[in-house]
Design a protein around this ligand. Structure first.
Ligand code: QAP
Ligand code: CO
Length: 168
C-alpha cells in the first residue's frame, strides 16, 4: 500500500480526459488499494484516478459515516433518472479548503465494473449520487468549481497558487 500525491487546482493534468480500462488486472487492484488509502488518509469521501495523475476511468468512494463502505467504479456510465436538481456544498481534495454549492440531478443509474471486473448496474440517490457525478467529472477533466462564476474561480486559483508557492 502507498499514499499517492494528489494534484491540486490549477494543475493542467486535472484537465486530461481519462481512458477506459480495458482489463482489470492486479495492477489495477493495486492502484485501487492505494487510492483508498490516500482517500481515507486525507480524509475524503471520493477520489478519481485523475487526481493521482493516473488517466484511467477509475473511482473510489466511501460516503458512509464510519468509513467502512468502500465502493469502486471502473468505466462508470450514468443515466439521469430524475432531472430535478439538488444542491450540495461540495468540496474536493484537489481544491483544498474551498466549498461551493453545486446543483446536480438527484437520481441516477450507473453501470460500472467492480474490482473483479464484474459489471453491475445500480440506481443511486443522496450523497452517493452527488459524489459519483463529481468524481466522473474528474475523469472528463472537469472540476466542481467549473460550475461557479469565473470571478470566484479566479480568486480560488490565486489563493491556491500562493499556498502552493509557499510550500515549494
Ligand atoms: C467529492 O471530496 C465530494 O477542502 C469528494 O480541505 C465532496 O472528499 C462530492 C476534502 C462533497 C460531493 C460532496 C476537501 C478534504 C475532501 C477539502 C472530498 C479539504 C480536505 C473532499
Ligand atoms: Co474532487
Amino acid at each position: 500500500m502507498a499514499l499517492l500525491d494528489i494534484l491540486e487546482f490549477p494543475d493542467p493534468r486535472l484537465r486530461k480526459v481519462a481512458k477506459p480500462v480495458t482489463e482489470v488486472t492486479d495492477s489495477t487492484r493495486q492502484l485501487i488499494d492505494d487510492m483508498f488509502e490516500t482517500m481515507y488518509a486525507a480524509p475524503g469521501i471520493g477520489l478519481a484516478a485523475t487526481q493521482v495523475n493516473v488517466h484511467e476511468r477509475i473511482l473510489v468512494i466511501d460516503v458512509s459515516e464510519n468509513g467502512d463502505d468502500p465502493q469502486v467504479f471502473i468505466n462508470p456510465e450514468i443515466e439521469v433518472l430524475d432531472p430535478n436538481l439538488g444542491e450540495y456544498d461540495e468540496g474536493c481534495l484537489s481544491v483544498p479548503g474551498f466549498y461551493e454549492t453545486v446543483q446536480r440531478p438527484q437520481r441516477i443509474r450507473v453501470t460500472s465494473m467492480g474490482r473483479d471486473g464484474e459489471t453491475t448496474t445500480r440506481e443511486l440517490d443522496g450523497l452517493l449520487a452527488i459524489c459519483l457525478q463529481h468524481e466522473i467529472d474528474h475523469l472528463d477533466g472537469k472540476l466542481f468549481i467549473d460550475y461557479i462564476s469565473p470571478l470566484k474561480r479566479q480568486r480560488i486559483r490565486k489563493k491556491l497558487e500562493k499556498a502552493q508557492r509557499q510550500r515549494a
